[in-house]
Write a protein that binds this ligand. Structure first.
Ligand SMILES: O=c1[nH]cnc2c1ncn2[C@@H]1O[C@H](COP(=O)(O)OP(=O)(O)O)[C@@H](O)[C@H]1O
Ligand SMILES: [Ca+2]
Length: 460
């Protein structure tokens, strides 16, 4: 009876009650669009790692919120459709306890640089809209590039279980295995990029680690308002407003006064030339530290494994460059040369269902990513294999939003919580094993006491 009782206690202890579930909503207000993420986790296990998962995602129709700067009243119709979806996914009884956060990234950072009042108006309007839902709204703010990088890093390592403590007492001689080392995070958005990793033993020579890049080069090879661009496929052409180029704070210093308002771009589809001009965007001269990324920004030599997500994933996945098998630099160059040189007409025929804006920019975006990784962050053909392009882990999107929520809900404690040294299944197995040993011991004991002569018969 005692044995049965032991096993029953083992099996029933620690089972999360299926009803006690919490929810959280985070809105990622990016430069090109806004996405609403809905997360859930069992309340009892709040401080465990890897228990939060994504149950829903909703892409808001329309551009990023910064594009509403001059028509903020239109923002009142912007979020309701996706927030309604969140309302339907979360049980009514939980609405009031469900925190909602909105974080805006590079698009809003740029708008704030240009015009702080307009940025405030936009945030005020989305705040007003989010307050009208029955959730526990926690605020809408612009997050810094540093935070964006840090929360992406938290998300990826949380989802990969990198924060879980290994059972060291079971394997006291084993070294901290490689699998416990954290992954670096590579995020690429529409208007900013972040790289975040633990730099090993190298000293931090600069506390500044947010990275911004310029989207456009300084000088344009312009004549008669027509530009020949090697980063677009042959046969592709597009008309672009000069103001779109010069109105961004990123290009303020290079304001050129051109005698026309529009540019006509013609693709020439040449990967090598495209790569050379993109490479010129990264200033690798005069690093004041022992190692730099580009533009004199301190960056230790990348080390360890990296997860690359967001636009890194979308672009490299489209270009078939995400495979885990080792691709040599020649393979990558061959594929890019091949893709960029394909006539636009062929691409349109083959990928008719792909959004034209994305399809037309894949040659440029792929070239940009490869040049940023090799020429900007100084990955090598050898360390390329350490970059893993990923969209999601265990059905949860990789991005800064989960890390943001974990941090703001204090779900990642600063100190390692006092945790049980054994997993539930190991605990139950050991209980069963020791119970059987106990039964065997009692059984043998009984035999010895009842028939001692049996064991003594060989003695003289
Ligand atoms: O399917 C796709 N193919 C290619 N690029 C994509 C796809 N979906 C999104 N993107 C790009 O990913 C980027 C996402 O940026 P986001 O809107 O998060 O901006 P931010 O992080 O700079 O604020 C944008 O450049 C967008 O164009
Ligand atoms: Ca983003």
């Amino acid at each position: 009876m005692a044995v049965i009782a032991l096993i029953t206690v083992g099996l029933t202890q620690n089972q999360p009650s299926p009803h006690n579930v919490k929810y959280g909503v985070v809105l990622d207000a990016g430069s090109s669009h806004t996405t609403v993420y809905i997360y859930t986790w069992p309340a009892e296990k709040e401080n465990d790692t890897g228990v939060v998962s994504q149950i829903g995602e909703c892409m808001v129709q329309g551009p990023g919120i910064s594009k509403f700067a001059n028509k903020v009243s239109e923002l009142s119709n912007y979020l309701p459709e996706c927030m309604q979806k969140a309302k339907e996914m979360i049980p009514v009884a939980q609405h009031q306890q469900t925190p909602v956060y909105l974080g805006a990234t590079a698009g809003m950072r740029l708008l704030r640089l240009e015009n702080e009042n307009l940025a405030d108006d936009v945030l005020e309007k989305v705040t007003e809209s989010l307050r009208s839902f029955p959730f526990d709204f926690q605020g809408a703010r612009i997050i810094s590039g540093k935070e964006e990088g840090a929360y992406g890093w938290i998300t990826i390592n949380y989802l990969m279980g990198k924060f879980t403590k290994k059972l060291r007492w079971l394997f006291p001689l084993g070294n901290e295995s490689n699998s416990q080392e954290t992954y670096g995070a590579l995020d690429l958005g529409g208007a900013s990029t972040q790289i975040t990793f633990v730099p090993g033993n190298q000293t931090i020579e600069s506390s500044e680690n947010a990275l911004y890049f310029r989207l456009y080069g300084k000088d344009y090879n312009v004549s008669n308002g027509t530009i020949y661009d090697p980063c677009f496929n042959l046969g592709y052409s597009r008309v672009m407003n000069i103001s779109d180029l010069t109105n961004s704070p990123c290009t303020k210093t290079s304001k050129t006064t051109l005698p026309f308002l529009q540019l006509k771009i013609h693709g020439t589809g040449n990967y090598q030339q495209c790569q050379e001009s993109v490479f010129r965007l990264f200033d690798n001269s005069d690093c004041p530290y022992s190692h730099c990324a580009f533009n004199k920004i301190f960056l230790p030599q990348p080390q360890g494994q990296f997860g690359a997500f967001s636009a890194y994933y979308y672009v490299m996945n489209f270009l078939n460059l995400t495979s885990e098998e080792h691709l040599s630099q020649e393979d990558i160059t061959d594929r890019m040369e091949n893709f960029c040189s394909r006539p636009w007409k062929d691409l349109k025929t083959q990928f008719g269902d792909v959004k034209e804006k994305y399809l037309s920019e894949y040659c440029f975006s792929g070239t940009y990513i490869i040049t940023l990784l090799f020429g900007g962050y100084h990955f090598t053909p050898d360390s390329w294999k350490d970059i893993h392009f990923m969209e999601e882990i265990r059905n949860t999107d990789v991005g800064w939003t989960l890390g943001y929520m974990l941090n703001l809900t204090n779900m990642i404690p600063a100190e390692q919580p006092v945790s049980k040294p054994l997993s539930h299944s190991t605990y139950v197995s050991l209980m069963v094993l020791f119970s059987l040993i106990l039964v065997a011991a009692v059984f043998i004991g009984l035999i010895i006491f009842h028939k001692p002569s049996y064991f003594q018969k060989d003695r003289v």
